[in-house]
Structure formats: structure tokens, C-alpha cells
Ligand binder design. Structure first.
Ligand code: NAP
Length: 464
């Protein structure tokens, strides 16, 4: 029978909160439940309350959000502490009830204003509460400074406990929901809209990646996920212009269809014949392709310079085309092995002096592997959620020692191909670097802001 009174589920979030509060409480117990002023100085003002509150607030979120919550709380305490102690400079004037009331209102306004100015709305509570407590309890002399210092110390300790407990105990959210909360960004009437279009597009990691970067950089943009049916790019572009979108990314199957719809096309989009980034400026559509450059940057990040090298590319789909044409432009000789040789031939026709088509049978792969300096897998073989896998990995035996093996796939982080290559002593690189670099380049086009890709890679590595 269904329980008539719905009861809350005791999950990991509840357990984390309880453990964090107990640890904070136990840690501050020697200072007394209320303050033991006989201890003197800051110690005499110390107690468990603020650490417990910091723990309760911070353990409701992910590890990254815990840190951000804690920082906001700390900022609130510092702003509130500074404002509260500053008001005491008014001295005996505060004995007048009306003056005190007006001062209380003024410090609350100042606290909220400062926190909003530095984009920390969750700091507002503490920024107001602290001056109120200082003013209402009538702290005097050095005690008011000890009081503020004690609150800061308690908050820092509470945050550290929350971070430790959050890291030590497992994520409280179901697998599928992890990372989703990190997409939250602030929106107001000036916020500019961006999105990714595709068919299907719901699986896209772009909103998570872009919104995370937007939040990290403090940019006033919002990045959405927009399904657009195949063959409807013209209609979408009109709609995006009308709705005031600043731009959008395109994934399968729209990259080629967008090319003739652009008012301006950058050199890489023209070279590759595909657009993955569209900026809308003054009603005009500017098309870019960041896949090829993103790939070259991901190689550079790993210290791989393709100039003058012989690269073996497996696959001849959309990603392979961007990779091959940019590798050739960077001065590499590229052999393109594909199951459907006609598709490899079509790519190579763009630059026959540097690109050579070949088949995908075991003997050909082994033979081509022997003479390559870098191997790049651009097929979908080994990708999570697909059944396809290399039937035979013996071509890895043909590689010279020290040849790096690159896989465009980033999920799983280590494909079977990379695992086997690593076991044979080869340096391996997955598709995460490409994923981040192409996204960084897109956001740079959208916003005109220079972005530190290495820093973004660190931020995003915890999410993807
Ligand atoms: P695509 O256009 O569908 O191309 C798929 C390629 O895989 C084709 O060359 C196809 O050969 C080959 N292939 C598929 N099944 C095969 C099989 N059973 N045996 C041999 N070859 C097979 O896909 P794409 O857009 O180029 O993407 C390719 C991979 O790169 C995907 O795994 C994708 O996730 C990854 N990627 C990663 C990033 C990133 O940011 N890291 C960006 C783009 C793509 P045929 O031509 O003979 O069908």
C-alpha cells in the first residue's frame, strides 16, 4: 500500500550533510557551544555554528559547486564582517535607536550591492546577517574584530570539511544527472543567446561545455540545445537572426548544408566545406570551422608537430576530412584508410600531392602503419554507445616504437585501440583535447574573448 504521508529519501546528500555537521561540531566543541570568552581573543569568540551552516549549504552540491558556494559564503562573511565593524566607528551615535535602524538598513544595502557587483548573489545573506549581529549584540572594542575573524575562520573550516566530505563520499546524484547542474548560468535581459543545432542533438555535450566556460569566464551568454530537422537550416538561420541569437554551433547533419547559407565564410570552413560555428553579426551569418584547427591544437598540446611527418588516418567521415585537410595544410603527408575507399578518394582529391587513399583491410593497415610517424583514428570504432570495434588490431604491431596513437573518441576516455597501443609502449592521446579546443575556438568567435584553453581543459576534465 502506498504510504499516505510521503517521506524524504535518506540518500547520500543527507548522509554527507550529517557527517559534515558532526565533524564540524566535534571540532569546535572545545570552544564551547556558545562562546567561551574566558579563552580570550579570537578563541573566545569561536563556536561550531558557522562551520555547521557552511557544511549544510556546501554539501548540497557537487564538489566544484561546493567550492563556489564556500567561496561565496566566505566573501559574504568578509564583506559583512568589514561592514559590521566599520559601523561601530560611529561610536555612541549608535545608542540612538533611530540611527541604529538607519545604519542597519544602510549596511544591508551596501552588503547586497557589493556582493551583486562582484557577481556573488549567494554571498548576500552573510553580508547582511553579520553586520546585523554585530550591531544588535552591541559588541565593543577589540571583541568586534575577534568576532569577525572567528566567523571567517569557522567558515573556512566548514568549507574545508564540506569539500573533504564531498570528495570522500560518492556523488549523491544518479550517474545520468552528473554534470548537469554545472550548466547553470545566470540570465538577465541583456544575456546573449547561443545554441547547438543538430538532428538529433539532445546527446550533445556542447551546452555543458560552453555554459561551464561561460560561467568560468563571467560572460553574459546562455548556451542552449536546439533540435533542427535535417534540411531545415535555412529556416533555422532566419529564425536565429530574428530571435537575436549571437551564434550557434552545428553538429550532424547540418555542417555541409550551412555552407551556402553563409554571408561570409572563413578559410577553414571553405577548405573543409563544412561549418560548425556560425556567428550572427548585424544580421549577417559568418561561418567558421573549428574542428580542423582544434585538432591541430590538441596535437600541439601533446607536443606532436605533424609538419614533415607521415600520418596514417583511419576513417574518411566528416571528422576525418577536417583532420586530413588541416594535416596536409600543416605540412604532413597523409594516408587515408577507409572501409569505403571512394570516400577516402574524395577527401584526397582536395590535395592529391599530400593525401593518399587506401583500403581498410588487415594487410593494408599493417603495411601503412609501418611507415607512419603518427596514427590517428577518425572512425567511430570503439566509441561508447556503439557496437562497432576493430576486428583486428594487428596493425599496431607494424608501428615503429614511439609512434603516437591518437583517437578522436573521448568517450570512453581510453578506447580499446588506445589501451592496446599504450600497452605496447606508445604515447596515446584521446579526443578530449580536440573537444575542448574546438569549443574554445567557437566561443572565441562568438564572444571576441581570448580564452586560455589549458585552463578550460582543467575545468572541463572533471565534468566530462
Ligand atoms: P562519420 O562521418 O559517421 O564517419 C565514421 C567513420 O567511421 C567512417 O569513415 C566509417 O567508414 C568508419 N566506420 C564506421 N563503422 C566502421 C566499421 N565497422 N568498420 C570500418 N570503418 C567504420 O563520423 P565522424 O563525424 O567523422 O566521427 C568519427 C569519430 O570521431 C566519432 O567516433 C566521433 O565521436 C569522433 N569525433 C570526435 C570529436 C571530438 O571532439 N573529440 C569531434 C568529431 C568527431 P565508412 O565511410 O566506410 O562508413
Amino acid at each position: 500500500m502506498k504510504n499516505p504521508v510521503p517521506l524524504p529519501r535518506i540518500g547520500m546528500r543527507v548522509i554527507k550533510t550529517a557527517v559534515a555537521v558532526m565533524v564540524s561540531y566535534a571540532l569546535f566543541l572545545p570552544f564551547g557551544l556558545t562562546y567561551r570568552e574566558e579563552l580570550g581573543g579570537v578563541l573566545g569568540q569561536m563556536g561550531p555554528l558557522y562551520a555547521c551552516i557552511a557544511c549544510i549549504i556546501c554539501t548540497q552540491s557537487t564538489l566544484g559547486q561546493t567550492f563556489q558556494q564556500g567561496i561565496s559564503r566566505l566573501i559574504g562573511v568578509i564583506v559583512g564582517g568589514a561592514l559590521g565593524t566599520a559601523t561601530l566607528l560611529l561610536g555612541t551615535a549608535l545608542e540612538n535607536l533611530w540611527v541604529k535602524t538607519l545604519v542597519l538598513g544602510a549596511v544591508c544595502v551596501a552588503g547586497v550591492w557589493i556582493c551583486l557587483l562582484i557577481k556573488r548573489p549567494t554571498a548576500c545573506g552573510m553580508a547582511c546577517i553579520l553586520p546585523c549581529v554585530i550591531l544588535i549584540t552591541g559588541l565593543t572594542g577589540a571583541t568586534r574584530y575577534y568576532y569577525a575573524a572567528a566567523r571567517i575562520i569557522e567558515t573556512i573550516v566548514g568549507l574545508l570539511i564540506a569539500l573533504g566530505i564531498n570528495a570522500a563520499l560518492p556523488d549523491h546524484r544518479p550517474e545520468g544527472q552528473r554534470g548537469e547542474c554545472d550548466m547553470k548560468v545566470e540570465v538577465d535581459n541583456t544575456t546573449k543567446k547561443l545554441c547547438v543545432i543538430g538532428d538529433p542533438v539532445e546527446h550533445s555535450k556542447s551546452p555543458l561545455i560552453q555554459n561551464t566556460m561561460i560561467r568560468e569566464l563571467g560572460l553574459d551568454y546562455l548556451y542552449l540545445c536546439q533540435p533542427v530537422p535535417r534540411g531545415k537550416c535555412k529556416e533555422w538561420l532566419d529564425c536565429a537572426k530574428f530571435a537575436g541569437y549571437a551564434g550557434f554551433n552545428a553538429t550532424m547533419p547540418h555542417k555541409e548544408e550551412l555552407v551556402p547559407l553563409m554571408d561570409e565564410l572563413d578559410a577553414d570552413a571553405a577548405l573543409i566545406g563544412a561549418v560548425n560555428t556560425v556567428c550572427i553579426r548585424d544580421g549577417k551569418a559568418w561561418g567558421y570551422n573549428t574542428d580542423g584547427e582544434g585538432f591541430l591544437r590538441s596535437l600541439a598540446d601533446e607536443g606532436i608537430d605533424p609538419a614533415g611527418k607521415h600520418v596514417l588516418v583511419l576513417g574518411a567521415g566528416g571528422a576525418a576530412k577536417a583532420v586530413c585537410l588541416k594535416l596536409a595544410q600543416a605540412g604532413a603527408e597523409v594516408t587515408v584508410c577507409n572501409r569505403t575507399v571512394d570516400k577516402a578518394q574524395a577527401i584526397c582529391d582536395h590535395d592529391p600531392a599530400h593525401l593518399y587513399p587506401a583500403g581498410f583491410d588487415t594487410a593494408t593497415l599493417y603495411n601503412k602503419a609501418q611507415s607512419c610517424d603518427v596514427l590517428v583514428n577518425c572512425t567511430s570504432l570503439g566509441m561508447a554507445g556503439t557496437k562497432g570495434q576493430f576486428e583486428d588490431f594487428s596493425f599496431l604491431n607494424g608501428l615503429k616504437p614511439g609512434v603516437p596513437v591518437v583517437d578522436l573518441i573521448y568517450a570512453p576516455a581510453e578506447t580499446e585501440l588506445l589501451r592496446r597501443a599504450r600497452q605496447k609502449g606508445h604515447k596515446t592521446v584521446n579526443g578530449f583535447g580536440l573537444l575542448v579546443n574546438q569549443a574554445v575556438l567557437s566561443l572565441e568567435h562568438f564572444t571576441g574573448t581570448e580564452i586560455n584553453a589549458a585552463a578550460m581543459k582543467k575545468v572541463l576534465s572533471g565534468l566530462l
